[in-house]
Design a protein around this ligand. Structure first.
Ligand SMILES: Nc1ncnc2c1ncn2[C@@H]1O[C@H](COP(=O)(O)OP(=O)(O)OP(=O)(O)O)[C@@H](O)[C@H]1O
Ligand SMILES: [Mg+2]
Length: 620
């Protein structure tokens, strides 16, 4: 899952809407609206899809009422009979037959209900969790590319799991513990009141105080556990950051420093955890006090008192003692679930904050599908800033004709990749419009926009899948033969076949088992396979040696034919082959013309070329 998130860029670029890549069917999910009002709304949305399953589970769990009240009642009946038979024990088996059979019947029924509950749990919980997890992952993937640059992928994965597991845990605690305990206590109130109203009143008072204490503490505990969950997420994020940058840590021998960095967030998490546990301990203390006071002292004292008055038979004492003890045990067990309940609720609330963020880049209602017959591109009066008040582009105008090949050049950080990101609508503009074939890209579906563009990015990451499927990601319907043909054009075939498993070789997380140049060539093969009318190369051959680059340039020249092509490059040989070159400087396009013209007319460009040539000459 982590790599799904990490490869958000690839998902956006290839504009697919499916759960997995390899040979699995491609599902189309409906557009997602956030269900973000509150945790309750979120849970109810999913529970309502399994309402009958959960209702059946709740009903089967009522075996607790049978186990804790009806069995003691059956014993009460048995004790009454035994007392009656004390003076004449002959034929006792026959006379005890009915109560014994009834008791056995109840015990068998309880076991059957327990097993039915287990069966329903198997039918419900895994499917319920799967539904939530897929929903969350799909919703998160709908976020803009910026969202993924702002969040630790480890933190995102943790929250996906927290919310999925948390909701299922909450449901299980409510259905298998809180609800049966409450129902048993309520049924106990009536059965005790039936025997002697005072016992019903004592149990009722206990029930009310127990519920009120729980409600009073639920908010406080929920808040402090949510705080602990937030600190825990930050800590996990820092740990994941350390693991992701393990190469830098090793290279600079900073093991100690990396661990020291964790001490501060760890200390904060520890304090928050202690605070949450203290509150839960307070709650435990109050609930225990109430149990001892009402059930231990109150109930026992009344039992003796009424027995002395002759208002309570020995069988009734047996029932109240047995059932009262059962109820106490049930309450103990359900109170023991409180820490988990609050903890899960805190984690869920914390994780839900992530889903409360609306998608930043959205299709407009009724967005059209981009029709790209003549892929001309135009930036009209475009202004854009990543950070408000720090514009990268201001009132930028540029037109690229259909089929034109344009090179982008400029110093690092001058805005070249940003120019491409805006064309792909990874970000919305602050002002102006970008059009492709005369259509405003903000009014067409993102899927159709990105289907019209093949990008070979500056930094390619691959899915942890085999090479064949990684290349097929460019066009999901491509046959194996088409994939291999694309790999041959991108000069990958040779190195792929040198692996013992050929195209079935797994590439490792983010493609880490391949070299940078090999990853780049796989990205080129994907783009060749995609065969989109607009081709963008963002320093796509920067990681290749000169021999392989020259070979690939020939293939690229073939696939560029008839396409509108934008190439970000620094090498003169690449720029010289372009129809036009745009020179970027601090977000401004300061020059625009053919390589030859710019050499004569633009001092900055001429200087860049001169420095490159001088560098080459100095080597000779
Ligand atoms: N996601 C982002 N959020 C905030 N600022 C960003 C983001 N991406 C880039 N920037 C900033 O925008 C500016 C332009 O970055 P951009 O990546 O477009 O440069 P570039 O010309 O492609 O550089 P390079 O040649 O090094 O790839 C830089 O100052 C960069 O720090
Ligand atoms: Mg760049």
């Amino acid at each position: 899952m982590e790599q799904l998130l990490a490869s958000g860029l690839a998902v956006c670029l290839f504009a697919y809407k499916e759960t997995s890549r390899s040979r699995t069917p491609f599902y189309t999910f409906p557009p997602m609206q956030p269900i973000t009002k509150s945790l309750k709304t979120f849970i109810l949305h999913f529970v309502s899809q399994y309402k009958w399953h959960f209702m059946a589970m709740a009903c089967f769990r009522m075996c607790f009422v049978l186990d804790n009240l009806v069995v003691p009642y059956a014993f009460k009946v048995l004790v009454t009979r035994l007392t009656e038979l004390a003076s004449n024990r002959a034929g006792a088996w026959i006379k005890l037959g009915v109560p014994l059979m009834a008791l056995l019947g109840v015990i068998v029924l309880i076991e059957v209900l327990f097993r039915l509950f287990d069966y329903m749990k198997i039918r419900t919980i895994p499917a319920f969790e799967a539904k939530i997890r897929i929903w969350i992952v799909h919703y998160l993937q709908g976020h803009s590319y910026q969202f993924f640059t702002e969040h630790f992928s480890g933190d995102l994965v943790k929250r996906v799991n927290d919310l999925t597991d948390g909701i299922s845990q909450l449901m299980m605690i409510v259905i298998s513990s809180f609800l049966p305990t409450f129902c048993t206590m309520l049924a106990g109130v009536f059965s005790f009141a039936y025997i002697q109203p005072t016992f019903g009143a004592v149990l009722m008072a206990w029930l009310v105080l127990h519920t009120a204490t729980y409600l009073f503490y639920s908010k406080k505990c929920g808040h402090s556990v949510a705080l602990h969950a937030e600190k825990g997420s930050r800590l996990s994020g820092s740990i994941v950051d350390g693991f992701t940058n393990i190469l830098s840590i090793k290279l600079f021998a900073r093991n100690n420093q990396a661990t020291t960095h964790l001490l501060a967030p760890q200390a904060i998490e520890k304090r928050a955890h202690e605070k949450a546990l203290k509150l839960i301990m307070q709650l435990h203390l109050i609930i225990s006090g109430l149990s001892i006071g009402f059930m231990g002292v109150g109930m026992l004292a009344y039992m003796i008192y009424y027995w002395q008055l002759g208002k309570l038979s020995i069988s009734e004492v047996t029932y109240i003692f047995y059932a009262g003890n059962n109820i106490c045990n049930l309450v103990w067990v359900s109170v023991a679930e409180f820490p988990d309940f609050f903890e899960e609720m805190g984690y869920c609330k914390q994780a839900l904050k992530l889903l409360q963020k609306k998608h930043a880049v959205l299709d407009v209602p009724g967005a059209a599908v981009l029709t790209c017959r003549s892929p001309a591109i135009a930036f009209k009066d475009v202004s854009f800033a990543y950070v408000p008040g720090k514009p990268i582009f201001e009132n930028q105008n540029i037109a690229i004709a259909a089929g034109e090949k344009v090179g982008l050049v400029g110093l690092s950080g001058s805005g070249k990749t940003t120019f491409i990101n805006l064309l792909l609508r990874f970000f919305d503009l602050n002002k102006g419009v970008i059009t492709i074939d005369g259509q405003d890209i903000s009014t067409v579906t993102q899927e159709s926009l990105r289907a019209a563009i093949a990008l070979i990015p500056q930094d390619t990451t691959l899915f942890h899948d085999n090479i064949l499927e990684n290349i097929r990601y460019g066009r999901k319907e491509a046959t194996d033969e088409e994939v291999i043909a694309a790999a041959q054009k991108a000069k990958c075939h040779h190195f792929i076949m040198s692996f013992s498993e050929g195209y079935d070789t797994l590439v490792g997380e983010r493609g880490s088992k391949l070299s940078g140049g090999q990853r780049q060539r796989i990205a080129i093969a994907r783009a060749i396979l995609k065969d989109a009318p607009i081709l963008i190369l963002d320093e796509a051959t920067s990681a290749l040696d000169a021999v392989t680059e020259t070979e690939i340039q020939q293939s690229l020249a073939t696939i560029m034919a008839g396409k509108t092509t934008i190439v970000i490059a620094h090498r003169l040989t690449v720029l010289a082959a372009m129809d036009r070159v745009l020179v970027f400087n601090n977000g401004n396009i300061i020059a625009n013309g053919s390589h030859e013209t710019l050499l004569k007319t633009n001092a900055i460009y001429a200087n860049m070329c001169r420095l490159q040539l001088e560098g080459m000459h100095s080597l000779q």
